[in-house]
Design a protein around this ligand. Structure first.
Ligand code: ADP
Ligand code: MG
Length: 356
């Protein structure tokens, strides 16, 4: 299936956006802290053309789902809500958007924590910008994409995913201050590449665990009399807290300082050490790891050519990310997965792309 076959007209405009993985700065965004995502070489492509009638027509190749939007005053459900949301947020900016045919295809696994949703939004907005010559920059695209996800897809998300999809590329890491939106593009540490392996363990406890951690951080900030834990810069300051909150706060404070250390410029070796320290902190202080993730991270960390590895995303399952010697990614993930699966677990290589 392609655009022509689906809509019986050629594509007018095509745009794409990447998925992302967060290298450092985990569970810091809701504490007004710092994050360090990078784009991955998996992308979502959105093709657009004008509709023949007064209806939007959306098709996703990945889902093989078609949505016909007859009533533009009613937000559709499912994948269509993301595309519809992008159109609506532009209309709210007083732009006139015509009725459209939209064709979506993607190499990003959906729902694996690589942010297929932000890639879909950013690709859609880029395509609309191109089609209609809209005077909006990449930061505005990220902000509009976030609005679409919150108000139309109904997902309370931060700004990291959309900023990464809109501003980062696979050679650059995006440093983002989630409070001020100050940002900087940093080169990937020299001589390295990123690999991502899914542990195959579903993030079953993720949402309840996530909400609990958020509440604990808020409580810790209150006790320390700051707006958010981001305002604590000396790790000694958390010592006054009761034990559980002390551990949670210590993760956030040390994680922020790890991200800020990268900003000063570090070697690939040091970057890897900071990732390893991040995992230890997520495991022991923040307690969002699970034994399988620890095992996968340990295998990665022991493998020659790996600078550092940690769980990525909210935890309780999901994927691990590692920084490895450039050119060795494929060999490394193949070997690591083999070892990981010896005990019956089933993982999946997400990055790099390996065609068998
Ligand atoms: P992720 O971690 O991948 O962003 P989310 O749950 O945030 O997971 O977003 C996944 C949702 O985004 C899907 O359920 C779907 O509605 C939408 N989506 C993302 N990519 C596509 C695609 N290629 N085709 C259709 N819908 C997509
Ligand atoms: Mg998402």
């Amino acid at each position: 299936m392609n655009f022509q076959q689906k809509f019986h007209k050629p594509t007018e405009i095509e745009a794409s956006a990447p998925g992302r993985v967060n290298l450092l700065g985990e569970h810091t965004d809701y504490n007004d802290g710092f994050v360090l995502p990078t784009a991955i070489p998996l992308r979502t492509t959105v093709q657009l053309g004008l509709s023949n009638n007064e209806q939007h027509h959306f098709y996703s190749e990945n889902l093989d789902e078609y949505a016909n939007i007859l009533d533009i005053h009613h937000t559709p459900s499912g994948f269509a809500s993301y595309i519809f949301g992008c159109i609506e947020v532009l209309k709210k900016q007083e732009y006139t958007i015509p009725f459209l045919n939209v064709y979506v295809k993607s190499s990003i696994p959906i729902g694996s924590g690589l942010s297929s949703s932000a890639a879909l939004e950013v690709a859609t907005l880029r395509a609309l910008r191109q089609l209609l010559n809209l005077p909006i920059d990449d930061v505005a695209i990220a902000q509009l994409a976030q609005q679409a996800e919150i108000h139309y897809a109904g997902v309370q998300c931060g700004i990291m995913d959309q900023m990464a999809a809109s501003l980062a590329d696979t050679d650059h890491i995006l440093f983002l201050d989630t409070r001020t939106l100050e940002r900087r593009l940093l080169p990937l540490p020299s001589g390295t590449e990123i690999v991502v392996i899914d542990s195959g363990v579903a993030r079953t406890l993720a949402s309840s665990g996530y909400n609990k951690r958020r509440a604990e951080c808020e409580e810790a900030a209150q006790l320390l009399r700051v707006k958010a834990l981001r305002d604590i810069t000396e790790v000694e300051a958390v010592e006054a807290l009761p034990e559980l909150l002390r551990k949670r706060a210590r993760h956030v404070v040390t994680e922020n300082s790890r991200v800020l250390e990268v900003l000063q410029g570090v070697s690939s070796q040091r970057f890897g050490e900071l990732m390893n320290a991040s995992h230890t902190s997520l495991r022991d202080d923040y307690e969002v790891s699970v034994p399988v993730l620890d095992r996968l991270v340990a295998i990665l960390q022991k493998t020659p050519g790996v600078f550092g590895a940690r769980l990525t995303g909210a935890g309780f399952g999901g994927a691990c990310v590692a920084l490895v010697t450039a050119g060795e990614g494929k060999a490394i993930v193949t070997k690591v997965l083999e070892q990981y699966e010896l005990t019956g677990d089933r993982g999946q290589i997400l990055v790099p792309i390996i065609t068998r």
